[in-house]
Write a protein that binds this ligand. Structure first.
Ligand code: G6P
Ligand code: ZN
Length: 584
């Protein structure tokens, strides 16, 4: 057995190691500075209670982006020196964020061990490579991201750190080979267990969905499918689940081999960045030749986000969660006994609210950030939730889950088509399902304008202007009436604040809302996930109940509100931008 020795290294703090909603995200070159990663990892160990470190089992894995392999070896050596008993690593260091959450909650080691937390190495949907982003976040025993009390402690520790512990003499572990490597330290044994990255997750998915009924859907001659992993880690799950388990053709998977730089792309599943999928599905300017598939989907770098498309048809994430909630009980065995409740983030459209009302379900509106759902789920208050930012999920884990969302849609399609899969009948399509939903519940026209990499000072000024403006409704309405007469009045405006019904904590300054008489909404907030400058997000939503008017083009329907939003906020004046960077 190889022996190792823990050694103490002196260090000094780095500025700016404050983890955001999804951990610490910086350029790879920042992480490559000597001691930078080490400081953050030690600060995390020091923020946890001793029993979560000494003798504990920790997961370390991620989306495989550039610098992950180096980081994994460093974390293994630091875990050994800090008294961790064993580290679980997905083969090649790969594991999707939802799969890590599942492993924390479900996996039992050969010796009966259970993990109490994970370092997840990802910057999610941000590009990867030597000059792009890297990220690290810590998830807790429930499988969800560390709460603010812990991330605040981590940050405080990073500002005063002067030492860290590392088993510098521990040889690198070959993480490409499944198996357990055992080392002997002064305090006892230390194991590195490299395991199959997909197994536990696949088992969990099989316990949630009816794989047989989805297999039948894939077996139908009329059903065609395309999944784009954008070269992220989702590809390894797509191969296992869609191809090996469900019988999809290998050719229906695109960009499903994980790459350290995501093929030079932006691994974010939206209409702008998932170019190849969008074109295959017959959407966008450069739509490819031939008949598009019936169903298309993409996931982001760490496979927690998703985008769902039908043939020449885009499903907004806000509609997606509402439609999954409306159909879950009939289509997905995990929910067959009913839903405990549903939740959405504040800027997400109110499509889910309408479903909750119809089905008499508990409903919650939380600030942006998945952690708020986690509390509700731990308290048994929420089964399904979603965000406009392409996040959808359920209480099977404590992260959003891209592959789960795709399986949920496949389940709904399988259910709606259960009697016409023989090839003779026309299939009920994704578009049919969405249009039917609008007819029943009304439609929330929805769009989001992103202004990326705006000067941080200018973004702040714009937000303070809007905060101040919302305090006087007469002023707001005077301005709006001067811009357009065909837009209804603002009847309420505020800065969104949330009191967590479970732990009573209060989150303030979560975005400015303007609520209109006819149910329309304008929301402005600053992104919490960007890595350079500031990103302003503008969310525009309009509710249409009349079934004869739910089929319009969304940008057309929203044009009056867009004009009002841009002029009301003086967007161009504050930011110098005449157009957003991305429209979704
Ligand atoms: C991450 C979080 C989500 C959040 C999203 C948008 O993906 O996990 O919960 O909705 O970022 O964040 P942003 O602050 O950039 O709008
Ligand atoms: Zn992600």
């Amino acid at each position: 057995m190889v022996m190792f020795k823990a050694s103490r290294k002196e260090t000094s703090p780095f500025d700016g190691q404050k983890p955001g909603t999804s951990g610490l995200r910086k350029k790879v070159t920042v992480f490559q500075q000597p001691n930078y990663l080490e400081n953050f990892v030690q600060s995390t160990f020091n923020a946890l209670s001793a029993d979560k470190v000494i003798g504990a089992t920790l997961v370390v894995s991620g989306d495989g982006r550039y610098f992950s392999k180096d980081a994994i070896q460093v974390i293994i050596k630091m875990a050994a020196a800090n008294g961790v008993r064993r580290v679980w690593v997905g083969q090649n260091g790969l594991m999707s964020t939802p799969a890590v959450s599942a492993v924390i909650r479900e996996r039992v080691g050969a010796d009966g061990s259970k993990s109490t937390g994970a370092f997840i190495l990802t910057a999610s949907h941000n590009p990867g490579g030597p000059h792009e982003d890297f990220g690290i976040k810590y998830n807790m025993e429930n499988g969800g991201p560390a709460p603010e009390a812990i991330t605040d402690k981590i940050y405080a520790n990073t500002t005063s750190i002067n030492e860290y512990f590392i088993a510098a003499d521990l040889p690198d572990v070959d993480i490409s080979v499944v198996g357990i490597t055992t080392f002997e330290g002064h305090e006892g044994q230390f194991d590195v267990d490299v395991f199959d990255s997909t197994g536990d997750y696949v088992t969990l998915m099989k316990s949630i969905f009816d794989f047989m009924s989805i297999q039948k859907l894939f077996g139908s001659p009329n059903f065609t499918f395309c999944f784009d992993a954008l070269h992220g880690v989702g590809g390894i799950y797509a191969k296992r689940i869609f191809v090996e388990e469900l019988g999809a053709h290998e050719g229906s998977l695109i960009n499903c081999t994980p790459k350290e730089d995501f093929g030079g792309g932006h691994p974010d599943p939206n209409l702008t960045y998932a170019k190849e999928l969008v074109s295959r599905m017959g959407l966008g300017k450069e739509s490819s030749q031939g008949e598009p598939p019936e169903f298309g989907a993409a996931a982001d770098g760490d496979a927690d986000r998703n985008m769902v498309l039908g043939k020449r048809f885009f499903v907004t994430p806000s509609d997606s969660v509402a439609i999954i909630a409306a159909n879950a009980v009939q289509s997905i065995p995990y929910f067959s006994l009913g839903l405990k409740g549903v939740a959405r983030s504040m800027p997400t459209s109110a499509a889910l609210d309408v479903v909750a009302k119809h089905l008499n379900l508990k409903f919650f509106e939380v600030p942006t950030g998945w952690k708020f759902f986690g509390n509700l789920m731990d308290a048994g208050l929420c089964s399904i939730c979603g965000e406009e930012s392409f996040g959808t999920g359920s209480d099977h884990i404590r992260e959003k889950d891209g592959i789960w969302a795709v399986l949920a849609w496949l389940s709904i399609l399988a259910f709606k088509n259960k009697d016409n899969l023989n090839g003779g009948e026309k299939l009920v399509t994704v578009e049919d399902i969405v249009r039917q939903h609008w007819t029943t519940y009304g439609r929330h026209y929805y769009t989001r304008y992103d202004y990326e990499n705006v000067d941080a000072g200018a973004a702040k000024e714009l937000m303070s202007y809007l905060v101040k403006l919302q305090s006087s409704l007469p002023d707001v309405n005077k301005i709006i009436n001067g811009i357009r007469s065909d837009v209804s009045n603002v009847v309420e405006a505020d800065e969104f604040e949330y009191k967590d019904p479970v732990d009573g904590s209060i989150s303030k300054h979560q975005g400015v809302r303007y609520l209109f008489e006819d149910g329309s909404r304008l929301v402005f907030r600053l992104s919490g996930t960007g890595s350079v400058g500031a990103t302003i997000r503008l969310y525009i939503e309009q509710y249409e109940k009349d079934p004869s008017k739910t089929g319009r083009d969304s940008q057309d329907a929203l044009a009056p509100l867009v004009e009002v939003a841009l002029k009301l906020s003086k967007m161009q004046e504050f930011t110098g931008r005449s157009a957003p960077t991305v429209i979704t």
